[in-house]
Design a protein around this ligand. Structure first.
Ligand code: ADP
Ligand code: ZN
Length: 603
């Protein structure tokens, strides 16, 4: 047993250049090395890849990695090749000759790792090849794709049950960063992992600063955020529609940002080109629909901004999780509005999903709205949603500038009664007009100037009422009915609230100006000494050149984290350099002299 640990540790140090295992990596690796099945739930950036890569290197045979995104396999293969690991990918973008070559290597036992899409794995000839070869393990990456409860169901994934039938003695390792309880159960059942062990790391991403703002002018808010907090960083801006990605990207370019659009409606070629630029160049902003991002393991994405609310908390967690994989500080900003909530609700109602699924999705949306209107720590709410507990984090907007609350009991009663008295089919704007006693042709036509709630809400301004209504929806006392008018209906909880007359504390509306300038985490990679910052920049330039020569992303040469350590410690010899985290044997051989020279020139 301990010799398996020693072997794993020596691979970690020599091949990867890392000092020690993180979290439960060592336990997972030992478990897989002993031939057992495993389910690993670890946050993005937690270090899942090593959990299968190192066992694949320890065990005899090839490690087969099943991953849904062929576009990103090559980067993973490139990163492994840089480390001196024998890795390859097989997918439809490759020539028949290169596929044949890789297959030969597999059969001959000359590969450590091979990446394939599930469609490929399930082909008869590929399964036959695997039967003729020695297999170290099967790693099923993005394992939530197996489950209909997950947020990215892929039918081919369900057929991976064949692995258990055809290769019962080969250890199976399922990995994901997002799976709630039903999804986890589904993964374990469908991949037959019950007799194995489940490792669940906490979900927390402490280096990500969360902030959620009311939307006033989305593009301007995003621009201000980029200019103030991320003037020279890579980041992702998520939009709801294709059109909006194009418009926002074009607009950001006019404002001096290096922004590119990405959505499923673009020509495959343009899409691939933009993705490659995002991965290979420094400081690009990708303005994308959610078609972009899964499997992107660019470690130095410094921010993720949402122009609209995401679908639910899982999606929010996963999308924001693409920031700060390298563990350095990163920002997640979400803009939201009632209109967004109405739109998401509309998507749910118009979808083809069965009623049971729609019900779940409505609940999930309502949990997300609760997060948006929360007066307490955002991180705590997200973590509790996934079943983790924790203390207020001190690194989110509500922790850093706690909102003021007020007794909103009477206001809530008025708002709910107003919806009730007007037959529960009108949207926020109309209800507020009734509460404010507006003279309005529509209100008069429906006779709502005669109802008892007409004009009883004059103590609050329109924007204050909007905030109150958003919170009532977020608290699930009111719900959007899903019609295009966004009519508000009372929920059973809303009825109970009116009956029981409980006290309700609400967030005080602070005005748009204040909401638009929250305290952001500073995420520019910081140096105490300015000279170190210059050295860091010089090393980034050297890195970009090396990356261009080999046509690989810069971070597969060295991560920012490694460059930062190099800039601070300024090693003068290869021996000293090998002490820096991320400098393994192969990389020292190949790049050591180049970086030593940059350091020498700067001292
Ligand atoms: P995940 O797949 O879980 O999102 P990765 O496997 O991509 O995470 O790892 C995230 C980052 O952390 C990578 O840059 C990886 O090289 C680094 N990393 C992983 N394990 C360790 C470790 N034990 N020590 C230092 N860095 C690590
Ligand atoms: Zn917090």
């Amino acid at each position: 047993m301990s010799s398996s640990r020693d072997l794993a540790l020596s691979i970690l140090q020599k091949t990867y250049g890392y000092r020690s295992f993180r979290g439960e990596q060592a336990e997972v690796i030992e478990h897989v090395n002993s031939g057992r099945h495993t389910f690993v739930l670890m946050p993005t950036g937690g270090g899942k890849s090593l959990c299968y890569q190192i066992p694949a290197l320890c065990r005899e045979g090839v490690g087969v990695v099943i991953s849904p995104l062929i576009a990103l396999m090559q980067d993973q293969v490139d990163a492994l090749t840089q480390l001196g690991v024998k890795a390859a990918a097989i997918n439809s973008s490759m020539t028949a000759a290169s596929i044949e070559k890789t297959k030969k290597l597999i059969r001959a036992g000359e590969l450590d790792l091979v990446y394939v899409a599930p469609e490929r794995l399930l082909m008869d000839d590929f399964l036959a090849l695997l039967h003729q070869s020695k297999i170290a393990l099967f790693a099923i990456d993005e394992a939530h794709c197996v489950s209909q409860w997950g947020h990215d169901f892929r039918p081919h994934y369900t057929q991976l049950a064949v692995l258990a039938e055809q290769f019962p003695t080969v250890p199976r390792l399922a990995l994901t960063a997002t799976a709630d309880k039903p999804t986890r159960k589904d993964i374990v059942e469908r991949l037959h992992l019950a007799e194995g062990r489940t490792f669940v790391a906490g979900f927390d991403r402490p280096n990500i600063h969360y902030s959620i703002q009311l939307k006033s002018s989305a593009q301007k808010q995003i621009l201000q955020f980029i200019k103030e907090s991320h003037p020279r960083d890579s980041g992702i801006v998520y939009c709801l529609s294709r059109k909006m990605t194009e418009e926002t990207a074009a607009w950001l370019v006019t404002q001096g940002c290096k922004a590119l659009p990405y959505h499923a409606g673009m020509e495959a070629e343009d899409r691939a080109r933009n993705q490659t630029r995002f991965l290979r160049e420094d400081n690009i902003i990708m303005v994308a629909t959610i078609a972009f991002g899964m499997g992107i393991d660019k470690p130095d994405v410094r921010f993720v901004a949402h122009m609209n609310i995401p679908k639910n908390i899982e999606a929010y967690y996963q999308e924001t999780g693409r920031a700060g994989r390298d563990g350095l500080p990163a920002n997640a900003l979400m803009l939201y509005s009632m209109q967004d909530a109405v739109m998401q609700r509309d998507f749910i109602e118009k979808s083809e999903a069965p009623d049971a699924q729609k019900r779940i999705e409505r609940q999930k949306l309502s949990a997300l709205l609760g997060l948006c209107e929360a007066a307490s720590c955002r991180r705590k709410i997200v973590l509790e949603y996934f079943g983790d507990s924790g203390e207020p984090c001190g690194n989110c907007d509500t922790c850093l500038s706690p909102p003021i609350t007020f007794d909103g009991t009477v206001a809530a009663q008025k708002a709910l009664s107003c919806a009730y008295r007007t037959e529960q089919r009108f949207g926020v704007g109309y209800l507020i007009d009734v509460l404010l006693g507006k003279e309005d042709e529509r209100i008069q036509r429906f006779g709502h100037d005669k109802v008892s709630t007409f004009g009883i809400g004059k103590e609050y301004a329109q924007s204050e009422w909007q905030s109150i209504f958003r919170q009532l929806v977020a608290l699930n006392l009111l719900t959007v009915d899903g019609s295009e008018f966004g009519g508000l209906k009372m929920t059973p909880q809303g009825q109970a609230f009116l009956k029981q007359k409980e006290t309700l504390h609400l967030r005080k509306f602070m005005g748009k100006a204040k909401a638009a300038t929250p305290r952001q985490a500073r995420t520019v990679i910081a140096f105490d000494d300015e000279n170190d910052g210059e050295l860091f920049a010089a090393m980034k330039t050297a890195r970009l050149e090396l990356a261009r020569e080999q046509n690989v992303p810069p971070y597969v040469i060295f991560h920012d984290r490694t460059l930062r350590e190099l800039a601070i410690h300024k090693p003068r010899s290869l021996a000293a350099m090998s002490q820096i985290s991320g400098v393994g044997e192969k990389k020292m051989e190949r790049y050591g002299d180049t970086f030593l020279q940059v350091i020498a020139e700067h001292s």
